[in-house]
Design a protein around this ligand. Structure first.
Ligand SMILES: [Fe+2]
Ligand SMILES: [Fe+2]
Length: 478
């Protein structure tokens, strides 16, 4: 199988689609439905705009991207797998050390399909959640980045649909259709996971979504990249290269917002970050509101890891279908039989850790890895704030704060980790999470920008593809 991508077919690919007539037909018959979905549910009002997008032309890590102006419906979505690793073996569980599967192992068919569908469902969901953001983009640079993320999430859907169509026959074809039928936030046919039915109403949310939720995506893809089912592993490995950009968009976006706020505060001589009105009058976003948005998106994202104790997670690991994050770099027996893992819990109103069988604690473990990773990002944000001499520190809220899933779903915890009565929690909510007043302030603030950069965000240090920050990344059509 070659590394170069075949661009002759309508569906660019490096999976030998030209030689597989049956699969090609199946994908070609799914393609119009996909385009229809993209036009209905993709970026609203920008389907004819020319966007300076990156398209993968090779999966070679040294140069897989080519930039050009593209109308999004004409983007070359394709099926791209990372190069095969020779003699790859199942990295974990009871089959560890056996050759990785190139076809679906019959006994795990249903479980594997479920894993692929759940991952696949998140990809179009985020496009749906972000579809109105183009209109309030703070610059053409940001608009272009939003659309780049969107087309890549679309490609991730293609990646999962390829696996379903190629390896799961009729069931796979049906699941592929369902992926286009469910819709983020729909009452009757919602997306599978809660966070993907929430709104991404504005750019502050978008940046926190890409900071937190795409980071979860990276952890999940990292775990699936360790799958003993080799086509899934190779698919996810290539997706990870794209996911890195999504996280960059989130982190750099928040960094630039913090920068704009702190610089404006400094220039106006405002020392108190809680002097919200004065800060907002400068046309920037106050730090406490940024913290509330972080609280919201962080807690929503933590729910994506599922219940702390999970037999499904144990089954997938044991079967070798899903590893831990960076499984091959962990030094243990990769079977975990008899091992234990400390899981945080609440006993008699106090937090404490309890050792539980490591196999059942895999969700908790992946979540812990995620939290550590987020903490590093928050530290970087705090350096920006400190460098501007503003006395304020961003914080990740406590893991038990505002949860809907798992053992903390039924308790009322403050961002600082205090257990309080439900009523007090409700009364303090406006200090913890974004309010209606916050939303209307943001709506007023985030208006379509005719040119340059909005007041509430600093320009980027450098542009995309060595272009300047104010390059015409999107050519709008009247
Ligand atoms: Fe994705
Ligand atoms: Fe993503």
């Amino acid at each position: 199988m070659s590394i170069d991508v075949d661009y002759d077919l309508r569906i660019p690919n490096n999976v030998g689609l030209a030689e597989d007539a049956r699969l090609r037909k199946a994908l070609e018959s799914w393609h119009p439905g996909y385009l229809d979905w993209w036009k209905r549910m993709g970026p609203d009002g920008f389907q004819d705009a020319l966007v300076y997008l990156r398209t993968a032309v090779t999966v070679d890590p040294r140069g897989w991207a080519k930039f050009d102006y593209v109308r999004m419906p004409g983007y070359r979505w394709g099926i791209l797998l990372a190069p095969a690793v020779e003699d790859r073996t199942v990295p974990c569980g009871i089959h560890r050390g056996k050759p990785a599967w190139q076809e679906v192992p019959g006994e795990y068919r249903a479980l594997l399909r479920r894993l692929i569908v759940i991952q696949g469902d998140t990809e179009p969901a985020s496009v749906e959640q972000q579809r109105y953001l183009g209109k309030t983009a703070p610059s053409l640079y940001d608009m272009r980045n939003l659309f780049q993320v969107n087309v890549e999430e679309g490609r991730h859907l293609w990646a999962m649909v390829y696996l379903l169509q190629r390896y799961f026959g009729r069931d796979g074809r049906e699941e592929s259709e369902e992926l286009l039928r469910r819709q983020s936030g729909d009452v009757d046919k919602p997306r599978i996971l809660g966070a993907f039915n929430e709104e991404t109403p504005d750019w502050l949310s978008f940046f926190f979504f890409t900071f937190f939720t795409d980071r979860d995506g990276r952890m999940q893809l990292g775990a699936l990249a360790e799958s003993g089912f080799d086509p899934l592993s190779r698919t996810c490995r290539f997706m990870l290269t794209e996911e890195a950009f999504h996280m960059f968009v989130g982190e750099s976006g928040i960094t630039r917002i913090l920068e704009a706020t702190c610089v404006a505060m400094q220039a106006a001589g405002i020392e108190d970050p809680y002097d919200v009105e004065a800060v907002r009058n400068l046309g920037v976003i106050d730090l406490p509101l940024i913290q509330r948005k972080a609280n919201l998106h962080y807690s929503l994202t933590l729910d994506l890891f599922g219940s702390e104790i999970s037999t499904n997670a144990a089954t997938a690991f044991n079967a070798g279908l899903k590893g831990r994050f960076q499984e091959s770099k962990i030094e243990d027996d990769h079977r975990l039989v008899g091992d234990s893992y400390p899981v945080l819990g609440l006993v008699d109103g106090r937090f404490g850790t309890k050792e539980v069988p490591a196999l059942t604690a895999l969700n908790a473990r992946l979540r812990d890895d995620f939290i550590t990773n987020c903490e590093r990002g928050i530290d970087r944000f705090n350096k920006i704030i400190a460098a501007r001499g503003v006395e304020f520190q961003m914080r990740l809220p406590h893991v038990a704060f505002n949860r809907q899933i798992g053992q903390f779903a039924s308790v009322s915890i403050t961002p600082a980790g205090e257990v309080i009565p439900e009523e007090s929690w409700r009364n303090s909510r406006s200090g913890f999470l974004p309010t209606a007043d916050d939303a209307s302030f943001i709506r007023e603030l985030m208006r379509p920008e005719a040119s340059g950069f909005a007041s509430w965000i600093a320009p980027p240090k450098s542009g995309i593809d060595n272009r300047p920050g104010d390059f015409e990344y999107v050519k709008l059509v009247a």
